[in-house]
Write a protein that binds this ligand. Structure first.
Ligand SMILES: C[S@@+](CC[C@H](N)C(=O)[O-])C[C@H]1O[C@@H](n2cnc3c(N)ncnc32)[C@H](O)[C@@H]1O
Length: 239
């Protein structure tokens, strides 16, 4: 694939490629090269409509590539059924068997809470598969919020919003600095936990970081009580 190899091992047949958090300019040079050189591009997509990952790279696609849309219910917090990934992995493996190079597009970074992990676990050992890291939403949201994630030797805790309220509260109570991902429909619960812990003055809300529709607000200035799936809350240190 355009000379792309994992270190000095065999040629990679399937790349899981991080395409960044939304701004098409936040694609790495390696991602761009491998996406353009691929025979087949695959990407997660909602049950109907466009794939976010694909829209990020749309302007860079050369045309004429075979496309595999891995359709699933996205953004509702439920994990897609195993058979969706089984069938996507089988489709990808049949392309590999035919000698075609496959690029799987992954929003942000493939291994930062990315669904690519479920394909990787099905492909590894059955073909040569490797990852191209991407700019993750974590760092994109820090940039949008205008401040660092953590200071000096502080520990940064990353928490998924779907965690049960009591667990979220316990983990957040012990955190020096934190990022809460997968906010979406869990927004009200997360905000309640933050208020209960007296952390609202340290909380920063970012939605759709790096997109033209990006929004940033200190959490205590946010009037709405809903949030889109592509949103994150950062709890900064006291420093
Ligand atoms: C399943 S995770 C995937 C993360 C992705 N692999 C990454 O590296 O950023 C989805 C969550 O990431 C966060 N996220 C992804 N893109 C975002 C963006 N552009 N702005 C704000 N949050 C984002 C949201 O919390 C969202 O619910």
């Amino acid at each position: 694939m355009g000379g792309g190899k994992a270190m000095s091992g065999p040629a990679v047949q399937v790349w899981g490629i991080g395409v960044g958090p939304g701004d098409p300019e936040l694609l790495t040079l390696k991602a761009l090269r491998l996406i353009r050189a691929a025979d087949v591009i695959a990407y997660p997509a909602p049950e109907e409509g466009e794939s976010f990952a694909r829209t990020i790279v749309d302007r860079h696609l050369p045309g004429g590539q075979k496309e595999i849309a891995i359709r699933m219910s996205l953004g509702d917090g439920a994990f897609p059924k195993a058979d969706i990934y089984d069938s996507a992995a089988a489709s990808i493996l049949s392309e590999v068997a035919a000698g075609r190079r496959v690029a799987v597009l992954c929003e942000g970074d493939p291994f930062f809470y990315g669904s690519f992990m479920y394909l990787y676990s099905r492909l590894a050992g059955r073909c040569e598969v490797a990852v191209v890291p991407g700019v993750s939403s974590l760092t994109a949201c820090a940039g949008a919020s205008g401040g660092p994630l953590a200071l000096r030797n502080e520990t940064l805790t990353v928490l998924p919003g779907p965690l049960p309220e009591a667990e979220l509260k316990a983990r957040l109570a012990g955190a020096e600095a934190a990022a809460i991902v997968k906010v979406g429909r869990h927004f009200t619960k997360i905000r309640r936990v933050i208020r209960d812990l007296g952390l609202e003055h340290r909380a920063h809300y970012v939605e759709r970081a790096t997109l033209p529709t990006e929004r940033y607000r200190p959490l205590n200035e946010l009037a709405e009580d809903t949030a889109p799936y592509f949103s994150m809350i950062l709890i900064r240190s006291q420093g």
